[in-house]
Design a protein. Structure first.
Length: 276
């Protein structure tokens, strides 16, 4: 009995030691992926960071972040839409600076004033608020949108700069928004749980004097469990300078991403999720 108690204490200590920036999603926050299997290595950038997105000591989604491009490669989450207020405060990821910093997302102000982090040091590790000021024709595009979550804390967690990219403003407010708010509602009818991965393909253009990449494409894939015997999937892709979204099968998207990334065959979900 004492041995079991010691094991439980040790396990809890190990859990408390889990940092925000982790070594792999398989061991740290696998619950956001279908069958707990994240996308394969074909999407990994040169300087990756695996982030279990944590707000107020709870994990809400997972993001593979590109430290060099200063944009997310993808964010993975469980679709749970609901009504609620849109947050206005933007957060950053302290542990991209280093493992000694807080394990939960914070405001820039908090890091600068309470942890004595300089803006230069913060900006070396990730995009900052100033990078997204005075944009023309672009705005802050969520990969994991706040409207796909049903309480304020989960919505707030999506307002981290590690979850956004410079997105064409017409696309963000038009066809992409229609997909997020209308198509997803229709497609998820009958689903007991829907796993979503939304990503951005790095492009040739940048904002903020070359600091932050403007993606060439945005894409989204969903794998929905209807019941134990039936799973369905769908996907979309959009060029980040046109107000158009193309509906695809999961297999079609994976083949397109294989060509766009050029690092081998892309696999977004476990093989049980249908590709046709």
């Amino acid at each position: 009995m004492l041995g079991l108690l010691l094991l439980q204490v040790l396990a809890s200590c190990l859990w408390l030691g889990h940092s925000e920036v982790v070594k792999s999603f398989e061991t740290s926050c696998p619950q956001f992926f279908f069958h707990e299997i994240p996308p394969n290595e074909a999407l990994e950038p040169q300087k990756p960071a695996w982030i279990c997105q944590r707000y107020k000591n709870q994990y809400y989604f997972a993001t593979l972040y590109d430290r060099k491009m200063r944009i997310p490669v993808y964010s993975a989450y469980i679709y749970q839409p609901g009504p609620g207020k849109r947050p206005k405060t933007w957060l950053v990821e302290p542990q991209l600076i280093g493992p000694t910093y807080p394990k939960t997302m914070e405001k820039e102000w908090t890091l600068l004033n309470q942890y004595n982090v300089t803006l230069e040091k913060l900006s070396q590790s990730q995009a900052i608020l100033h990078d997204y000021k005075n944009l023309t024709g672009l705005n802050r595009g969520h990969l994991n949108p706040n409207g796909h979550h049903d309480d304020y804390s989960s919505r707030m967690a999506t307002f981290t700069l590690t979850n956004i990219v410079p997105q064409d403003e017409k696309l963000n407010g038009g066809a992409w928004n229609n997909y997020e708010q209308q198509t997803m509602i229709r497609r998820t009818q009958g689903c007991t749980i829907t796993y979503v991965i939304v990503g951005a393909v790095p492009g040739n253009n940048y904002i903020a004097k070359g600091r932050v990449n403007k993606p060439s494409h945005l894409w989204s894939a969903a794998c929905c469990v209807v019941d134990n015997n039936y799973i369905k999937a769908w996907a979309v892709i959009a060029e980040n300078d046109k107000n158009q979204v193309q509906l695809l099968t999961l297999g079609e998207l994976e083949d397109m991403l294989t060509e766009l990334y050029g690092k081998g065959q892309v696999s977004l979900f476990d093989s049980d999720c249908p590709r046709e």
